[in-house]
Design a protein. Structure first.
Length: 299
């Protein structure tokens, strides 16, 4: 029995600039796994990728992460193309899509929490969410259900099966924009209440520099943002790092306020460096003792 099982595709991210082409791993599963690696929980990752990218799994395993790597014809490949030196102009496309996950993939995996990180709308069916909810609590980062690919372009969409799917979700993480797409509501507390009415037990809305809000049992918890001790270096994967910290604390029995503040601190530490967070619980606790509230972006 694991405490947490993360489910999601590892991506091969391709960054194209006039000077260079760089390949790097990414995706919720990669950033979440890296962030939780040094925490004292029983953790496993279930991912799917092509044969040529198995070296990414080997690297995770060499650092202590337990991984079930399912075969996929392709690895998800996101391409971020910068045609000029001005990096405010970016073309994003998906050149490869991995095989979806199915319930049968988890017959031998037992966990208290299943954290789902779909990257695209077809990654995980409602049937899979329902099946995993019968084995443990489902935590969902909803972003992938709000993306579809047409002719390799990433387009925003609503999740047509959201009311059915969210009925089986215990913990939901969405940012303000995703909340608005799901509910049609811009006001954070009202939008969170709608998501709770659809069955979610703990609704987490990340608000960038304004921190985050958690709703559970009709009670709101306001989570502050924290000022990084150094310059903001890399925001990629901050939301995944937040959720790793949050679920770690919930597994350990922490209340929602404490879990949210730990998660926010962990994301702040991640944003100060390039690449995924690989720090320790002690580093996060030290940061919390010395914290100063206010600005940084989770998303």
């Amino acid at each position: 029995m694991y405490d947490i099982c993360c489910v999601g595709h590892i991506t091969l991210d391709k960054v194209v600039t006039p000077k260079d082409v760089v390949h790097m791993p990414g995706g919720t599963s990669f950033y979440f796994s890296s962030a939780i690696r040094n925490m004292d929980v029983r953790y496993t990752l279930v991912t799917a990728l092509g044969a040529e990218e198995q070296y990414i799994v080997s690297d995770l395993r060499s650092k202590g992460t337990e991984v079930t790597a399912l075969h996929s014809k392709h690895t998800v490949c996101f391409e971020n193309i910068y045609p000029s030196e001005n990096q405010d102009h970016r073309i994003q496309r998906v050149s490869q899509i991995a095989d979806p996950f199915v319930a049968e993939d988890f017959s031998a995996v037992q966990a208290r929490y299943y954290h789902l990180g779909p990257l695209l709308a077809g990654d995980m069916s409602v049937a899979l969410i329902k099946a995993l909810s019968g084995k443990g609590k489902v935590s969902l980062d909803v972003q992938g259900y709000l993306r579809k690919v047409e002719n390799e372009s990433v387009l925003p969409v609503d999740w047509k099966e959201k009311k059915e799917g969210l009925h089986y979700v215990s913990i939901l993480k969405a940012n303000e924009s995703e909340m608005e797409v799901l509910t049609g509501c811009r006001e954070v507390r009202q939008g969170a209440r709608i998501l709770a009415e659809w069955g979610v037990k703990e609704v987490i809305i990340t608000l960038g520099s304004k921190g985050s809000v958690i709703l559970s049992n009709g009670i709101f918890y306001d989570i502050p943002a924290y000022v990084p001790a150094t310059a903001v270096v890399d925001a990629t994967g901050c939301g995944d790092t937040y959720m790793a910290g949050y679920l770690y604390q919930r597994v350990k029995g922490a209340g929602l306020q404490d879990a949210g503040e730990f998660a926010a601190a962990m994301a702040t530490l991640k944003i100060e460096g390039s690449g995924p967070f690989t720090g320790t619980r002690e580093q996060v606790r030290t940061f919390l003792k010395d914290n100063k509230h206010y600005v940084f972006s989770l998303d």
